[in-house]
Design a protein around this ligand. Structure first.
Ligand SMILES: Nc1ncnc2c1ncn2[C@@H]1O[C@H](COP(=O)(O)OP(=O)(O)OP(=O)(O)O)[C@@H](O)[C@H]1O
Ligand SMILES: [Mg+2]
Length: 321
């Protein structure tokens, strides 16, 4: 991957939230990550691990507490309104709940056309034609443009959300659990749509999800996040064939055996207990309290990421040099 262009480069990123009495909740707690142009990188981890916060920091919704983000080689500035507006043409977000994220009082055409209006990109007949093209691109019909969100099913509403995200022709998409709120029977359809759009439009895609089954079919690489840090990052095939971090092994053992080739993790590790509060101050490895292979060093020193195999990094004292 090293010869590929880095679209997004994140260094030492932290995002803390103040939670009263001077305490800080470390939602994102020191992340280094490069995202390559044209890849689908999935971000997985339990609830509260900081996936959405990282996604929002990347999109400029939250200014980082510390660290830097470079986008296409340029420092990423979100402070000024015009920078935000310019960035919104290049990068867009797809949300978890397609009902909550669509204004119920607007027609589908108004929802999808909003970004074009803000940027003054298309007008009149051309604007309507562009909206109809987007509807067809996401598998809906052009006559649906005049309808309202409540007239659609959950899966169709998520397609509208995707059309809206694509309306300005972005190169980068962050989708935050875009299938979690959907009926299981239509989750695969939406994943397949995202996958084919990514190819067709050469998008770079950061896909945030819980479900390791779905992630497998869409990702080039998978990053596993735990309590604000990335604990393992590898090509999708390697994560499933040879998960290294005890947390990844635990997440994989929790995946129902639905996959056709019935791949089970190499080392069986079951997740016990619950993710600690990100407001607690953990000096060592954040996973230590739940890890069956914890050693004394894990309680005192935070493990740094090491490249255990080419392109496969893991932050765990078991693999320290
Ligand atoms: N705006 C906020 N203010 C205060 N705390 C926040 C805020 N947003 C998130 N948090 C906290 O940061 C931590 C990480 O939250 P985040 O939503 O990023 O996790 P997540 O991995 O996306 O979880 P989920 O899978 O449930 O969506 C949580 O403890 C959460 O309560
Ligand atoms: Mg989230």
């Amino acid at each position: 991957m090293s010869n590929r262009e880095v679209l997004l480069s994140i260094k030492g990123l932290r995002k803390y939230f103040a939670v009263g009495s001077g305490r800080m909740l470390r939602a994102v707690n020191g992340i280094d990550l490069d995202i390559y142009r044209g890849e689908t990188l999935s971000l997985v981890g339990e609830s509260g691990s900081g996936k959405s916060t990282l996604g929002k920091a990347i999109m400029g919704v939250y200014p980082p507490t510390e660290g830097s983000i470079h986008y296409a080689g340029q420092p990423f500035l979100v402070k000024r309104k015009q920078d935000r507006l310019a960035f919104s043409r290049r990068a867009q977000m797809i949300f978890q709940d397609p009902y909550a994220s669509l204004n119920p009082r607007k027609t589908v055409a108004a929802i999808i056309g909003e970004g074009m209006d803000i940027h003054g990109l298309f007008r009149g007949r051309e604007r309507l034609e562009r909206i109809c093209e987007l509807l067809e691109l996401v598998g809906l019909r052009r006559e649906m443009a005049s309808r309202y969100p409540h007239e659609f099913s959950g899966g169709q509403r998520q397609r509208i959300g995707i059309a809206r995200a694509l309306s300005l022709g972005p190169e980068f998409i962050v989708s935050d659990e875009p299938i979690s709120a959907l009926d299981v029977s239509i989750q695969a359809q939406i994943v397949n749509l995202l996958k084919s759009l990514q190819r067709e439009l050469s998008l770079t895609h950061l896909f945030i999800a819980h479900d390791l089954n779905m992630v497998r079919y869409i990702s080039d690489r998978v990053a596993v996040m735990y309590l604000g840090s990335i604990v393992e990052l590898a090509d999708s095939g390697d994560i499933y064939a040879e998960p290294l971090h005890p947390y990844t092994q635990g997440l994989l053992s929790a995946v129902p055996v639905m996959n056709p080739d019935n791949i089970r993790p190499a080392g069986q590790e079951y997740l016990k207990g619950e993710i600690p509060s990100p407001a607690s101050d953990i000096p060592g490895c954040a996973f230590c309290s739940r890890c069956s292979r914890a050693m004394p060093v894990c309680e005192t020193a935070r493990p740094q990421p090491v490249e255990a195999a080419p392109g496969h990094t893991v932050a765990c004292h078991l693999y320290a040099n």
